[in-house]
Design a protein around this ligand. Sequence first.
Ligand SMILES: Nc1ncnc2c1ncn2[C@@H]1O[C@H](COP(=O)(O)OP(=O)(O)O)[C@@H](O)[C@H]1O
Ligand SMILES: [Mg+2]
Length: 390
Amino acid sequence: MDISRKRETYGITNINSTNAGDGTSNQVTTLRRTTSYVDDQDYIFVGLQDVVQKLLAQLLKAEPRRSVLSIHGMGGLGKTTLARKLYTSPDILNSFHTRAWICVSQEYNTMDLLRNIIKSVQGCTKETLDLFERMTEGDLEIYLRDLLKERKYLMVVDDVWQREAWESLKRAFPDGKNGSRVIITTRKEDVTERADDIGFVHKLRFLSQEESWDLFCRKLLNVRSMVPEMESLAKDMVEKCRGLPLAIVVLSRLLSHKKGLNEWQKLQKLMLGGKIEKLPDLFPNSITMMVLRESVLKEDPMPILGMLPNLRNLYLVAAYGGEEIMCSDNNFSQLEFLILGDLEKLETWHLGTSAMPLIKGLGIYDCPNLKEIPERMKDVELLKRNYNKW
Ligand SMILES: Nc1ncnc2c1ncn2[C@@H]1O[C@H](COP(=O)(O)OP(=O)(O)O)[C@@H](O)[C@H]1O
Ligand SMILES: [Mg+2]
């Protein structure tokens, strides 16, 4: 069935009046902003020049078959940032006129993903939106396949967690033997294994020490006020990040708000607001109070926080999107006050018998799915809901 027939079938009459053919529309940008963890405002790209050159060559090589480039590595390693660097590079813009970026993540809905790609490739009107709502997954797949068939396209499918997510999207990406490419990023090695028979798999490396330092300094707000003692302290800390960009960025943000060597040395109260996917495991032991707000962490933060030997106050507010937290034996040895707020998905709280031996106050708010408070916590004094001031 050709695409004009299909349009009739779906009742689309005004498709040509949208910006079909202009895959670089604003919608691509909007979509990208809302779905990926890339902060457009302070976008910088550090290091990895060898990697960028190698991957650009893969994308641009004269292989007519549609092929998939998979980038894999742990959370925070810079997969999204690298994909974005490729996606926006001038050679790519010249070579691929149809481009779209979608972010899959852990909870995804294939129909929404398909709709989003279609929208960003051809733009949309209210009528097409209504139409998409009525289509089945199979319809959307066929529609997208037809839409892309004649085009040389580049798709980025960011943050694929399961093979199945990719399998269902893959069917909608046709091979028009015109050099089209798909980039997928994933933390899971098994996603890359069968991504594509002729594909190219790149295991992302950690940053070198020089690259790490460069990233740290470029993210630091007031690099000039770093006296030599501060520099050597910071170098130690950056080294501990072991080349993981997310850890370096968090550290840099954190130290940006501390003035002078003294404050850098005895970082005690730490408040992190805003999205961070994964906690770095390098927090200084001096921390006594920690506030995590709206971080939308994907991994249980308790194992890392539980190791802080001096932590006395912990506030987790809208900080974690998982169903379980685990506070193991001997963890949180000094914790006195704990607030769990706005943890919508939280269902189970595992508490080791010797965890939190000194706990004095507990506040639990807006955790609608938490089934039970651990037995030992039932005697702890309940704290008032005053965390909003943080
Ligand atoms: N090469 C890089 N240059 C500059 N910043 C980077 C680089 N790689 C990662 N970052 C920063 O590190 C953080 C995590 O990167 P991200 O691409 O989101 O990781 P991933 O997608 O692997 O989880 C982001 O804040 C990003 O800006
Ligand atoms: Mg990512």
